[in-house]
Design a protein around this ligand. Structure first.
Ligand code: SF4
Ligand code: SF4
Length: 328
């Protein structure tokens, strides 16, 4: 690496560390408040991707200048999700009408949200030492571009992913403003470094089911999604009852394509079941170096049949036993 590149690397690393450290401080301050829902002793530690990259490998998981340019907007919207909590009404509403919920969903869809689920938050899904404002959760998914995922790993894919993080982060903030104006208390989550573990929450909310790569597979876009959440005072959300996508677990047992195609050999044959009931599918120490070296990798998303074929078509073929995942 030349001296200019090294200086640039040092400057960007220092700036990102400083910015993310300021986010951590804001999160800590928020967690120390009295009337918040805190993590419990079963809660997992958050893997802070940017700080881990700088700490252990002296570089960011950002491989092009274009991708780097989206980072400030992401940081701004993470901070905004924390600072706008002060704008909540002093006395908040707790009941939403069918018409208000429909208007919210229509607005969310108009902003590019692909699927919406509702669930009560189990405290063990809040990351260790983090907290949120309410236990009523609206979980949201946004599609990542199919053609760009097909190019993974590439700088084009990495840019699109970072842009999707940013679009979803902004959307989450816009949707909280919408609900706040209706009189509800709300807190936006952000897809980059959220306060809770999103995939199991999305699964509980019934918007998809986890694959062997550990990512949520949704009927609309397979694993080509990013997730975020909104925490709200609304007590009468239509909470999911059961999950219609459990058949994906059986499909995965006949497939295993992500495990075979992972360049870091990071996806475990069998997930690790932790004492708190949570599953780990990926060995971070194997995935992360590849993730850093190859534009955020994302090969596991690209190779999953659900990224390429329609959900219903796969289900029909699976039910009729006429599917060979190797042929997809
Ligand atoms: S991102 Fe790449 S290295 Fe990491 S689990 Fe997915 S395919 Fe494997
Ligand atoms: S690639 Fe196959 S095994 Fe892996 S998550 Fe997708 S469907 Fe499941």
């Amino acid at each position: 690496m030349g001296i200019r590149a090294r200086l640039m690397n040092f400057f960007v690393n220092s700036l990102a560390t400083w910015q993310f450290q300021s986010i951590l401080n804001k999160e800590s301050k928020f967690s120390s408040h009295k009337n918040v829902i805190k993590s419990n002793k079963e809660s997992p530690e958050r893997f802070d991707i940017v700080l881990e990259g700088v700490k252990h490998y002296s570089r960011l998981p950002i491989t092009s200048f274009r991708t780097m340019r989206v980072m400030p907007s992401n940081i701004k919207n993470i901070k905004r999700s924390l600072t706008t909590i002060d704008q909540n009404p002093v006395v908040s509403k707790k009941t939403i009408t069918d018409e208000q919920l429909q208007a919210f969903e229509n607005y969310a869809k108009s902003l590019g949200i692909s699927s919406i689920g509702y669930i009560k938050l189990p405290r063990k899904l809040i990351f260790k030492d983090k907290a949120v404002l309410h236990e009523n959760v609206i979980i949201l998914s946004m599609e990542m571009d199919r053609d760009k995922i097909e190019k993974a790993p590439s700088s084009e894919t990495a840019y699109m992913i970072m842009q999707t993080y940013d679009d979803l982060g902004k959307t989450s903030n816009r949707l909280t403003t919408f609900l706040r104006q209706e009189g509800f208390s709300v807190q936006a989550g952000h897809p980059l470094g959220g306060l809770v573990l999103y995939p199991p929450l999305a699964e509980l909310a019934g918007i998809g089911y986890h694959g062997r790569h550990g990512l949520i597979i949704t009927p609309e876009n397979g694993p080509r999604v990013r997730l975020t959440a909104i925490y709200t005072s609304i007590e009468n959300l239509p909470i999911a009852q059961g999950n219609p996508h459990e058949w994906i677990a059986h499909f995965c047992q006949t497939c295993g394509r992500c495990i075979r195609k992972c360049p870091g050999f990071a996806i475990q044959e069998e997930p690790t079941l932790h004492e708190n009931g949570l599953l780990t599918h990926i060995t971070n120490e194997y995935c992360f170096p590849v993730f850093l070296d190859y534009h955020g990798c994302s090969v596991c998303i690209k190779e999953c049949p659900f990224s390429r074929m329609e959900y219903n078509k796969l289900k029909t073929q699976f039910d009729n036993r006429t599917l060979n995942p190797e042929m997809i």
